[in-house]
Design a protein around this ligand. Structure first.
Ligand SMILES: [Zn+2]
Length: 79
């Protein structure tokens, strides 16, 4: 992701250890088992990216609109 080599001997809590990154996050409908959707990344790079890649790549024209607040559930009615 950053172009730097990954040392495969580093283990998980290490920020330079390797992780699999889904190019389209699973939470956005990406397939974690599709090799074309996966890339090796440093743990620190993956964490910096978070879940925002899809939004950055495809939704730059319109800012993310927050969901409208749900209407309060009426607990009683006037008879
Ligand atoms: Zn990196």
């Amino acid at each position: 992701m950053c172009g730097q080599p990954i040392d495969p001997t580093l283990r998980t809590p290490h920020p330079g250890s390797m992780e699999i990154d889904e190019i389209i996050p699973v939470s956005k409908g990406g397939d974690p088992f599709d090799l074309a959707n996966c890339q090796l990344t440093h743990r620190r790079c993956n964490q910096r990216k978070g879940n925002h890649a899809y939004t950055r790549l495809h939704d730059t024209a319109k800012p993310a609109t927050p969901k409208p607040a749900p209407k309060p559930i009426p607990l009683s009615r006037a008879w």
